[in-house]
Ligand binder design. Structure first.
Ligand code: 8OZ
Length: 364
């Protein structure tokens, strides 16, 4: 007898979710001209609306915040219109959808940057990471260190992006503070060698992430604001000497803002969960609202996590790509379809909206 908690409703702040299955944000590089969500995005997300909550793919908050080709933005009116079609289709299908707000920092290439300039970073340290531009994987560009006087402008970009997301019909937003992007770069000492109020101590390195979360929650409300972190991931060449105390401090700060959820990538993003010792329970204990656990979950691990009260919600990433009806398949024990790697990033309908749901007739 399986525990059915994963399929029971959950109240996320004042947002009712039909179940505890979350679709994790996943970059698909299919935006149209002007970095407007592509024409198929509404279908793609609506097909997956049986998730309790969809967190839509990372959307850059400014041109400076973009790091890969064909990713959608959330900083201008055309982008807001494009996203409105997505949120309308998901709501029509009975789903709930947040948008992930993204600034890549140093994980970018000059060809994507305003005026072809260098990407920005806490310090002028190039990431050992690749990006995808002009249809090819290339090394990221050498970044320049942000001046302290530029940071209020970036916080204002987060604020405006959050307002835009709500105007586009999203139920809320998730601040992307994971995977070696700007806010994670500031937090971690492998990328941040600043000597000002944003570098050095844990308090200083955590500052920009907490200020971004605060700017967003002041704009749209803490009940519509979540944050995603990845304490130990090596994604995009990021590292830190002090993950445990650093993220305990960060989570205390996020809790003080009363954000509606904390989304934690446990382990190496898209890789092993046990890449480094880390006490996630210490984060859960410090955060009163919802804890979303992500990374490498299957049904058994999800149920075990919920039964152990290690999380409130479980985010599934890649399984949602090939299984639009993932919730139903997990609930009935139906087999999961395999993902086609070749159609993951970029392209059209193939591998995006073409994965079928199980036909009603073949359901057990
Ligand atoms: C895969 C490819 C490009 C970007 C992340 C937004 O890792 C991403 C991403 C993933 O958070």
């Amino acid at each position: 007898m399986t525990d059915q908690t994963l399929f029971s409703p959950y109240l996320l702040g004042d947002i009712p979710l039909a179940n505890r299955v979350v679709m994790a944000p996943m970059t698909r590089n299919r935006a149209a001209g002007g970095f407007v969500p592509g024409p198929l995005a509404a279908d793609y997300y609506a097909q997956r609306a049986s998730a309790g909550l969809i967190i839509a793919e990372a959307a850059q908050i400014s041109q400076q915040g973009q790091g890969y080709q064909d990713t959608p933005g959330i900083y201008d009116a055309d982008q807001v219109e494009g996203w409105r079609r997505v949120t309308g289709a998901v709501h029509e299908a009975g789903g709930r959808i947040f948008l992930q707000l993204w600034h890549v920092g140093r994980v970018s290439h000059a060809v994507l940057q305003p005026g072809g300039g260098p990407p920005v970073a806490p310090s002028a340290i190039r990431a050992r990471a690749k990006t995808f531009v002009n249809n090819a994987f290339v090394d990221v560009s050498e970044p320049r260190a942000l001046e302290i006087g530029e940071l209020p402008g970036i916080l204002d970009d987060y604020r405006r992006a959050a307002a835009n997301a709500v105007a586009a019909g999203f139920d809320g937003v998730e601040v992307h503070a994971a995977n070696g992007y700007l806010l994670d770069q500031f937090a971690k000492d492998g990328a941040n060698q600043r000597t000002d109020a944003y570098g050095g101590s844990i308090e200083n390195r955590a500052r920009l992430m907490l200020e971004a979360a605060e700017a967003v929650s002041r704009e749209i409300g803490a009940g519509r604001t979540g944050v995603r972190i990845s304490p130990v991931t090596p994604s995009n060449g990021v590292s830190t000497s002090d993950a445990q105390p650093l993220f305990e401090h960060i989570v205390e700060g996020l809790d003080a803002l009363r954000l509606v959820y904390l989304h934690v990538v446990e382990g190496a993003t898209g890789g092993p969960r046990d890449i480094a010792p880390f006490d996630y329970g210490a984060l859960r204990k410090r955060f009163k609202n919802a804890y979303i656990a992500n990374n490498g979950f299957d049904l058994a691990l999800a149920e075990a996590h919920l039964a152990a009260d290690a999380a409130d919600l479980i985010a599934f990433g890649r399984p949602f790509i090939a299984n639009p009806d993932l919730v139903e398949r997990l609930r009935t024990g139906a087999p999961l379809a395999a993902l086609d790697q070749a159609t993951l990033y970029g392209g059209g309908a193939e591998g995006y909206t073409t994965y079928p749901a199980l036909a009603a007739a073949t359901r057990p």
